[in-house]
Design a protein. Structure first.
Length: 477
């Protein structure tokens, strides 16, 4: 939203970017007070930050070689370091893999007469590209996992759209995080700058880029979750590191060995060395025998005293809140979880976590790859594929569906079975009371005249006429 400022000579921009026409994106950023003194003056919170490739903001927060920026917990944190926090990595896997495993189809919606018909567009040039192989080395599932996973962590994912001479997309090339910089021009047009490959491209038209945003931070960009949640991530990493150091010390607490009498320096060194050799990391251990002049006091809290388990569980929930992932989905069981509630939790996961990402994916494919002007075709992810019920539940549902809105062959297709070559199997098995048809009336009984054992020709004619009238009434109805 501050992109227009990048065009003028502004004192708050890093020196390399003043009067630089290279497209960049400028966003505001508020720095915690405890880090304000460490932030370079041009990057402090009362000034907008420049987010782009190799700029001063990124160099400060990611550090040389991507070592990460400082946090309250004292642990440096970056997008790459965040992947070492197990719950954050699990959240990324849950979101990206659950969207990636959804079957996707290119659909065609047309009007036939006065009815709308929707079918798979298997004859479309984009069908194989979107449902099978977007390029020479990836499958459609791998592409979906990469794009969604990158957008979930970095706020956006980009792919280069390779077009033929007619302008049709013939290959989709995903771009690495940080290699594509986005900018909105004063006339609202979006342009891109691509770097880090064999050649740099820029400015690149929006027509040649597929952009998948995460949860929106402003009208153009998505939230960078690895930066937004860095304090929670750093605290989780700090707790894990403190326990690693405690275990590295053979679970032996640090402490103070004091003496009532005065000791010379060489005596203190000898006592300390002897104590470390026996009771320090890697020591022989055993029982320490102290005379009346010595006393040992531990200064390290135990895991129970510092509530390590409780703190680690809370950090899991805290990070899950940022990612909008239920803790159940990242293998954190609930004490009161039952099979019935587990099923409802799974449906909630689909509704609250997967469906928003599936819609983002579908709509951006429609906008950037299929084209907004093409109203006939659209891309659809089958979310029902991960909500598949048991065989018994499906059979019960099919039994009802076949009488209302599904044909037997449509049911067989959902179960990956070949269709039956019978025209009746392509029709919904509607019941008469579901269509407004008048039920077939029983024809009036015609009895032969009294005392007659045979039916004459006139009686047979009356029976035939009665049956014909009944059939005609039913057909008209």
């Amino acid at each position: 939203m501050y992109d227009h400022l990048a065009k003028s000579s502004t004192p708050w921009l890093p020196p390399d970017y003043r009067n630089n026409p290279v497209p960049i994106t400028v966003l505001p950023h508020n720095e915690p007070d405890h880090l304000r003194d460490d932030v370079p003056p041009s990057l402090r919170s009362d000034m907008p930050r420049v987010l782009g490739n190799n700029d001063a903001w990124q160099e400060f927060y990611l550090g040389p070689g991507g070592n990460g920026g400082p946090t309250l917990a004292g642990v440096r944190m970056s997008a790459d370091l965040a992947m070492r926090v197990a719950v954050f990595f699990a959240c990324k896997r849950v979101i990206s893999e659950d969207v990636g495993k959804l079957p996707g189809h290119l659909m065609r919606r047309v009007l036939k007469g006065d009815r709308q018909r929707t079918t798979m567009a298997t004859d479309h040039a984009l069908f194989d590209l979107l449902t099978s192989a977007p390029n020479d080395w990836m499958t459609s599932q791998e592409l979906a996992e990469y794009m969604v996973g990158t957008a979930a962590i970095h706020g956006a994912a980009y792919a280069w759209l390779v077009r033929d001479q007619q302008g049709n997309v013939e290959e989709i090339l995903p771009l690495l995080p940080g290699s594509c910089t986005r900018r909105q021009e004063p006339d609202w047009e979006i342009t891109y700058q691509i770097s880090g490959y064999a050649a740099a491209f820029g400015p690149v038209s929006q027509r040649d880029i597929w952009c998948l945003n995460g949860p929106m931070a402003d009208s153009v960009s998505g939230w960078n979750m690895s930066g937004l949640a860095r304090e929670a991530l750093a605290l989780a990493a700090a707790i894990e590191q403190s326990q690693s150091r405690y275990h590295k010390n053979d679970l032996r607490p640090s402490g103070v060995l004091s003496s009532k009498g005065a000791l010379a320096k060489n005596q203190r060194d000898e006592v300390r060395s002897a104590w470390l050799a026996a009771y320090g990391p890697g020591g022989t251990g055993g029982i320490a025998v102290l005379d009346a002049e010595f006393d040992f006091k531990a200064i390290t809290q135990s895991a129970s005293d510092s509530q390590v388990i409780e703190n680690r569980k809370f950090q899991i929930e805290e990070i899950c809140r940022f990612m909008r992932v239920h803790p159940w989905a990242v293998m954190v069981p609930s004490a009161n979880q039952s099979y019935g509630s587990l099923e409802q939790t799974g449906l909630a996961h689909i509704s609250h976590t997967i469906l928003p990402w599936a819609r983002r994916y579908e709509l951006t494919v429609k906008r950037d790859i299929i084209g907004r002007k093409d109203r006939e075709h659209f891309f659809k992810l089958n979310v029902d594929a991960i909500a598949r019920a048991t065989l018994g539940d499906r059979m019960t549902a099919y039994e009802k569906a076949v009488k209302i809105f599904m044909s037997p062959n449509e049911i067989r297709d959902k179960e990956d079975m070949d269709p039956i070559d019978d025209p009746a199997m392509d029709r919904v098995q509607l019941q008469a009371n579901n269509t407004g048809l008048t039920p077939r009336q029983t024809p009036p009984a015609i009895r032969p005249p009294a005392g007659s054992s045979e039916v004459d020709e006139s009686t047979l004619s009356k029976i035939a006429n009665a049956l014909g009238e009944s059939t005609t009434e039913e057909t008209s109805a």
